[in-house]
Design a protein around this ligand. Structure first.
Ligand SMILES: [Zn+2]
Ligand SMILES: [Zn+2]
Length: 147
């Protein structure tokens, strides 16, 4: 969700730019109303009660992403569950992440699983190509658990 899918005149969000453009054609005779006079960042904050926006907003740093997959990517990389990282690093509130994942399931059913599954395929392919690098990373993880 962004200004591209929002009509300021009607204060209405649309599912995608195509739907919004259709709306502009029909209701505003093809003349796109100007964007709101606020930054997009503030705009997201204001609209963060909308589930579609919250699902694409990092629940920890409250940064909005234009696509769900980039948001999931950010959360997986920056706020990994304690079980994966070791208990000393980044005490991410797992409940916050869990709530956010449940919200995604409600708003975009199945997407989370699909996104993570497609990454795993990419990761596995990389793993086959450069197994050495992967092994080094895994050793680093083991050291973490020893601390
Ligand atoms: Zn409108
Ligand atoms: Zn974050």
């Amino acid at each position: 969700m962004s200004f591209d899918t929002y009509c300021r005149e009607c204060a209405t969000h649309y599912a995608d730019t195509f739907t919004k453009n259709q709306h502009v054609q029909v209701v505003h005779h093809g003349i796109t109303p100007p964007n709101p006079d606020i930054s997009e960042e503030l705009f997201y904050t204001i609209n963060s009660h909308i589930p579609q926006v919250r699902a694409k907003t990092c629940p920890v740093c409250l940064v909005y992403f234009h696509t769900l997959s980039s948001c999931v990517c950010h959360v997986d990389n920056h706020h990994p569950p304690q079980s994966r990282v070791g208990c000393l690093m980044r005490p991410t509130k797992e409940a916050v992440i869990y709530e956010w994942e449940r919200l995604i399931e409600a708003v975009f059913p199945g997407s989370l699983k699909f996104i993570r599954k497609s990454w795993r395929i990419v990761r596995d392919e990389n793993h086959q190509m450069m197994g050495d690098t992967e092994d080094e990373e895994e050793e680093g993880d083991d050291n973490f658990y020893d601390i």
